[in-house]
Design a protein around this ligand. Structure first.
Ligand code: NAP
Length: 263
């Protein structure tokens, strides 16, 4: 059994991963990390159900020693610091949290010289397959089809557009030989006419929506929509554990979910 550290343990994803761990045979929880201000420091990692015997701590540097792999589902603002600590300890890490900036991405790239880093804004198998379909459609249809991406999430989600929506936009841009930063319009709702070749993002927030993404290819006279709807966080949790087990055995480098799944 490989020792696993979960960062962001008290959150929606942290708890979904603890529940899914029961069905995963190659990983065992060895560390559970929350923020220094967490209300659950010193309590068991499982907020409900059978206790894990692992206590919540804010000290990642301490619990990472001796671990085989970490998964980080805390927040975009914290992933760079966590990745630095993992690199220092020589422990591979899966970045599941989204909403990090360009400076944090550079820190992740730097960490990937020392450890295996998997940047996985969406750990479901379904979205990985969707991303492949979207890339294929973008390449085959070409620039005469205009691309818009709509995503919907629960009322608590902080970043927008979602990390998954941006990754789908990246898949379109790469397939067309564009840089996403040069063609994306992250807030189509702000108005203005549509520039040629741009990729527009639109966002819905409310209720308990787990996560929905639609990539629409629009031409005069026809339209293609490719949609993924998540109805249960367990899909992300299972995928994260599978990916973490894979990552534990990888040499230093920067990886994505398509490499984990071989697609
Ligand atoms: N990759 C995927 O498939 C996937 C799927 C769903 C969500 N996500 C992403 O995963 C992240 C978490 O989502 P969520 O819905 O679980 O959010 P959440 O319920 O708010 O949980 C985040 C947890 O991280 C902890 N945290 C915050 N800052 C921290 C820090 N500096 N150090 C350590 N722990 C910290 C918080 O614990 P305390 O408040 O107790 O300290 C909080 O409970 C988001 O970025 C989300 O977009 C990814």
């Amino acid at each position: 059994l490989h020792n696993l550290v979960i960062v962001g343990i008290t959150g929606r994803m942290g708890q979904a991963i603890v529940r899914a761990l029961g069905q995963q045979s190659s990983l065992r929880l060895s560390g559970a990390v929350a923020s220094p201000g967490s209300a659950r420091l010193g309590r068991d990692a499982a907020a409900e159900g059978a206790p894990t015997g692992v206590k919540v701590t804010a000290d990642l540097a301490q619990v990472i020693a001796g671990a085989a792999v970490a998964v980080d589902f805390s927040s975009g603002a914290a992933v760079a610091e966590h990745a630095r600590i993992c690199a220092e300890a020589g422990v591979p890490t899966l970045i599941g949290a989204t909403g990090f900036d360009a400076a944090a991405r550079e820190v992740l790239t730097e960490a990937a010289r020392k450890i295996a880093v998997l940047v996985a804004p969406n750990t479901s198998l379904g979205v990985a397959v969707m991303s492949g379909l979207v890339a294929r459609a973008a390449q085959t249809l070409g620039p005469s089809f205009e691309v818009e991406i709509l995503e919907a999430h629960h009322r608590h989600k902080r970043d927008a557009p979602s990390g998954t929506a941006l990754a789908l936009g990246q898949a379109v841009a790469s397939a067309r030989g564009q840089a996403l930063g040069e063609v994306s319009n992250p807030n189509r709702g702000a108005g203005g006419a549509r520039g040629p070749g741009s990729i527009g993002f639109a966002v819905l927030r409310g209720g308990d929506i787990v996560g929905e993404h639609t990539v629409t290819f629009i031409a005069d006279g026809e339209r293609i929509e490719i949609t993924h709807r998540a109805t249960d966080r367990v899909i992300f949790a299972r995928g994260a554990l599978e990916a973490a087990a894979w990552l534990a055995a990888q040499p230093p480098g920067l990886y994505g979910m398509r490499e984990v799944l071989g697609i």
